[in-house]
Design a protein around this ligand. Structure first.
Ligand SMILES: *Cc1c(COP(=O)(O)O)cnc(C)c1O
Length: 406
């Protein structure tokens, strides 16, 4: 037997039929037309935003990183709640523009046409290299506009904590810290509207202490680079990296402690940053817990002493649950039988997807209440890096519905 990850708090205490945003899973499936389907409980996103606002120092902006979940109705609902949208492609630019929020564009490999569309729309470009800086300036002069340019920094310091190593490594992301001051001076001399720094240290950290240290070190780095460049940054995007608990034993982040420490660090910030605005950019922490992937059991089969629940969904929609999206060791995400929430779990099963590949395991050797063909399995933590981060066209199954609660 292998443990399941923890259900998000909004679902953990439920009994009977799974309710999502006040409506039963069966009603959602009726609305979707069929399984498999994603349902996003926007009330959960709203409560995460409110928690962030209450925990963080006043004036620290919250940006939403669209790549975590670009579903248009969810984006439309979250945009008014945040201070900016962070994008990483021309496609995401098109999704972000209608919402009228400040946009910043990071990511390596920005093409000239993407730079032109973004610069023309007044978007801040987080420059990933000197080469990109030169192309952005050339594009802007062709368009006859003053570009808004920030420098993404590849930091030169090493920090403890899983997945949070910032240190002195080669990276496709950002400009090596020691070359940043010269690049800033070059941008200013070229007449660009230099917007400041973008320093993103990593993703999915559940180590509250490491995040606190990272933020303090990031602030110190921004100050040092600004002093060396001889220019105060209008904005410092301090990154994000707030993780969520996917696996057994994971502990949720203490966001209030992070906010208190950041408040203290900002209160004592070096003089060159007194007029700087600050922002954090979050994806997963805002949306992961809102998403439930509903998939129906097509077959219950036995093989050599084990039971398999074969479902109509799979890794083509929810790659992360199969353990094939950025995890080293496959562990189980939280999963439940949607009609039997809270019932005794005494049936040892593996939940496998319908794809003809052994990679398609959604839950491996877990204890669940007994489920038969026709029952619905709920896979939680499906709100971030779900459908858009999965190989949907692999094996030619139909696209799932996506629904969001009001
Ligand atoms: C992916 C990404 C994010 C969002 O990361 P999460 O782990 O989803 O919070 C934020 N900023 C940048 C630059 C990213 O590439």
């Amino acid at each position: 037997m292998k443990p399941l990850g923890p259900l998000p708090p909004e679902f953990a205490e439920q009994a009977g039929a799974l309710m999502i945003g006040g409506k039963s899973y069966a009603a959602w499936i009726t609305q979707a037309g069929d399984t498999p389907a994603f349902v996003y409980d926007f009330g959960i996103v709203r409560s995460r935003v409110a928690r962030f606002r209450a925990a963080m120092p006043a004036g620290v902006g919250l940006h939403y990183a669209i790549k975590a979940n670009p579903f248009a109705p969810l984006l439309a609902a979250i945009a008014p709640l945040v201070n900016g949208l962070d994008i990483a492609s021309g496609g995401e630019l098109a999704m972000a523009l209608p919402h009228g929020k400040p946009i910043s564009f990071a990511g390596p490999g920005k093409r000239d046409d993407e730079l032109a569309a973004a610069i023309g729309a007044g978007v801040t470009i987080n420059l990933e290299s000197e080469g990109e800086a030169a192309r952005a300036l050339a594009v802007a002069s062709r368009l006859g506009v003053i570009p808004r340019l920030a420098v993404r920094v590849n930091p030169d310091l090493e920090l403890r904590g899983s997945g949070m190593k910032m240190g002195g490594r080669a990276s496709p992301f950002g400009v090596d810290a020691e070359r940043v001051p010269a690049l800033v001076r070059y941008l200013i001399d070229a007449g660009a509207d230099w917007r400041g720094f973008h320093i993103f240290a990593g993703s999915q950290s559940l180590d509250t202490g490491a995040l606190i240290e990272t933020q303090a070190a990031t602030l110190a780095l921004a100050a040092r680079l600004a002093e060396e460049a001889g220019a105060a940054p209008p904005l410092a995007n301090l990154g994000g990296g707030f993780g969520v608990p996917y696996f057994s034993g994971d502990q949720a982040l203490d966001v209030e402690a992070i906010g208190a420490a950041l408040g203290e660090a900002l209160g004592n910030r070096p003089a060159i940053l007194v007029d700087t605005g600050f922002a954090l950019e979050l994806g997963r922490w805002l949306v992961a817990e809102c998403g439930v992937y509903l998939t129906r059991v097509v077959d219950r089969k036995r093989s050599r002493g084990e039971t398999f629940l074969v479902v109509d969904g799979g890794l083509h929609h929810q790659l992360a649950a199969s353990g094939n999206f950025g995890t080293v060791v496959r562990r189980n995400h939280p999963v439940a039988v949607a009609s039997r929430m809270g019932e005794p779990a005494d049936d040892l099963v593996s939940v496998v997807g319908c794809l003809c590949t052994p990679l398609d395991r959604l839950a491996e050797r877990v204890l669940l209440p007994r489920a038969e063909a026709g029952d619905v399995i709920a896979i939680f933590m499906a709100g971030a890096y779900g459908l858009s981060a999965s190989p949907q066209t692999f094996l030619g199954h139909p696209a799932p519905a996506e629904l969001v609660t009001p």
